[in-house]
Design a protein around this ligand. Structure first.
Ligand code: 4GT
Length: 182
């Protein structure tokens, strides 16, 4: 399975080069490409942000820079996900659904976020990892990669594939949800 991550901070992804996910990348079961959005700035100072279109406080990542970055990895068959606190909450059934994809393009915002115009143009789905705000989408992208990669054949040791652990592990997850909801 291939993940292309569009981010201003590729250095933040060191943690997923370790352990189970790192070994799976080493065995070519997973491909994780980190693409620096800043590399697509046309500005001599490598500027990527701009004032908010239509007014408003703060700065947004420029839509043209994000679009050019996206075009460098574009694939008709890929699903494009924007990690955002406004997105649909990531749950175990969503993780299983995403694991059926061959190629995910993960767009990470930072600071105030990304200009909405490019999100509307390229993003298939917005996903949140929970109801809290972070400084960037990088940690959520790592959560998504880690949780989805567990379902890729060969990533987990023999005997812990999801068919076998489904009843125990997934049941435990859903019962945590149940007890918390009551
Ligand atoms: C929280 C989440 C997320 C953020 C989440 C754009 C600029 C969004 C900062 C980013 N905060 N991203 N994906 N709960 N912040 O998933």
């Amino acid at each position: 399975m291939k993940f292309d991550v569009l981010t201003l901070f590729p250095e933040m992804f060191e943690p997923i080069k370790q352990s189970v996910i790192g070994r799976a990348v080493g065995k070519d079961l997973l491909e994780i490409n980190l693409i620096n959005i800043r590399d697509f700035s046309k500005d001599k100072h490598k500027k990527v942000d701009d004032t908010v279109y239509g007014g408003g406080a703060g700065m947004l990542i420029r839509p043209d820079v994000v679009y050019d970055c996206f075009n460098s990895v574009k694939d008709e068959n890929a699903k494009v996900i924007y990690l955002s606190p406004q997105g649909k909450k990531l749950c175990q059934s969503k993780v299983e659904e995403l694991a059926k994809e061959k190629h995910l393009i993960l767009l990470c915002g930072h600071y105030e976020g990304i200009d909405q115009r490019v999100i509307d143009k390229i993003v298939d789905e917005e996903i949140s990892i929970g109801d809290y705000v972070l400084t960037g989408g990088e940690i959520p992208a790592m959560v998504l990669i880690d949780s989805v990669s567990r379902y890729v054949d060969g990533v987990l040791a023999q005997g812990s594939t999801h068919e076998e652990s489904f009843s125990s592990r997934t049941f435990r997850v859903s019962s945590i949800y149940k007890t918390r909801r009551i």
